[in-house]
Design a protein around this ligand. Structure first.
Ligand SMILES: C[S@@+](CC[C@H](N)C(=O)[O-])C[C@H]1O[C@@H](n2cnc3c(N)ncnc32)[C@H](O)[C@@H]1O
Ligand code: SF4
Ligand code: SF4
Length: 335
């Protein structure tokens, strides 16, 4: 990340943190926008391809991005569904860059060889790797591994930072050695996230063959690998938190003794322009239509849950709950 981008994101985060600490008006610094729910794959744990396939057009996205910028957003994640299915993805990224967002894109990369130009202007690419070819296909379906490694090689070769996300399932739990060695060889970094259950954007449940003790041991093991300097972006506070999670069949719950920074520090916007505190709350809260309303005044400030294991959000939550440790590592990782 360029120094100017780092400073802009850092300042927006600090303002966001301060607003959260004093319980002031929400001031999100980061947003995830799902550009489409459509997808060319059918991963066993994901529900995106089965929900509303409609999406905003470019003009509406331009308005949306202006509103996000006015709100204080400086970091924008473009996700899905599969963003490479949108032929206007380069225009969407250009609109985001016009607002001077730091732009990340999540893609399964199976369509990259057909459309490499669609990711050219992303600042960082997230992809998915659930293990070796057999483990990846077991979780994500036939052809889900095709072209992914070649795409990563080309992206890294062009100077693009790449982070691969592994969803922890019965297929991937034994794949840590393979994935970390592969990441070292490819010049990328890994993020691991628990399989999230029980919300509109996901499917299925945690395999009964995986015990909670086995899963906690998995996260403790990752903590050790992190301390050895292996290529893991998952932060230490995040790994420590997951090493102590009681029951992985529950992804989130309401604990009256704690607040959640979702909605205050970051938010999720679905392909129709409806905003939620985070992706997990889709279907659990009344959304705010960002083309018609201002999040800061229209959202009631309440989340259905306050503690969770939901991968990307838990990392953000650590930025607000253990700001010193998590932010220091975050800036070392993404700097
Ligand atoms: C929804 S996908 C969108 C981007 C792209 N289609 C991909 O798969 O990389 C974003 C990430 O969420 C992960 N994911 C999907 N369902 C999940 C679940 N139930 N629990 C945890 N992560 C999940 C995917 O593996 C992927 O890394
Ligand atoms: S995880 Fe990504 S690739 Fe898999 S079905 Fe969901 S959106 Fe598609
Ligand atoms: S605890 Fe917060 S971040 Fe986690 S799922 Fe609930 S609202 Fe989202």
């Amino acid at each position: 990340m360029q120094l100017a981008d780092q400073l802009a994101v850092g300042y927006a985060y600090a303002s966001s943190l301060l607003a959260f600490m004093v319980d002031g008006q929400p001031r999100p610094f980061s947003a995830t926008f799902a550009v489409t729910n459509r997808c060319n794959l059918r991963c066993e744990y994901c529900n995106c391809p089965y929900i509303d396939p409609t999406n905003l057009d470019l003009a509406q996205i331009g308005v949306l991005f202006e509103r996000l910028r006015d709100m204080g957003i400086r970091r924008l994640g473009l996700a899905g569904g599969e963003p490479l299915l949108r032929s206007d993805l380069p225009d969407i990224i250009a609109l985001a860059k016009r607002q001077r967002f730091f732009v990340t894109v999540n893609s399964n990369l199976t369509l990259f060889d057909r459309h490499p130009e669609r990711l050219a202007d992303a600042d960082l690419v997230y992809t998915s790797l659930d293990g070796d070819s057999a483990a990846h296909v077991a979780a994500r379906g036939d052809r889900a591994h095709d072209g992914v490694l070649d795409a990563i090689v080309r992206l890294v070769g062009s100077g693009k930072p790449v982070i691969a996300i592994c969803v922890v399932t019965e297929h991937s739990i034994g794949q840590v050695d393979f994935l970390l060695r592969q990441a070292e060889r490819l010049g990328i970094r890994m993020h691991f996230q628990p399989r999230c259950v029980d919300t509109d954007v996901v499917r299925g449940s945690v395999a009964t063959s995986l015990s909670n003790e086995q899963l906690r041991a998995f996260w403790r093991r990752l903590l050790e690998e992190k301390r050895k300097g292996r290529p893991l972006v998952s932060s230490t506070p995040y790994l420590e938190f997951l090493s102590e999670w009681e029951d992985f069949s529950i992804s989130a719950y309401h604990d009256p003794g704690t607040r959640c920074p979702a909605g205050h520090g970051y938010l999720y916007v679905d392909p129709q322009g409806k905003a939620y505190a985070c992706a997990y709350t889709k279907g659990k809260m009344t959304p705010v239509d960002l083309l018609a309303q201002d999040w800061r005044t229209a959202w009631d400030g309440h989340n259905p849950c306050t503690r969770c294991t939901v991968g990307p959000m838990l990392e953000f939550n650590m930025l607000f709950k253990r700001p010193f440790a998590a932010a220091l590592e975050g800036f070392r990782t993404y700097g």
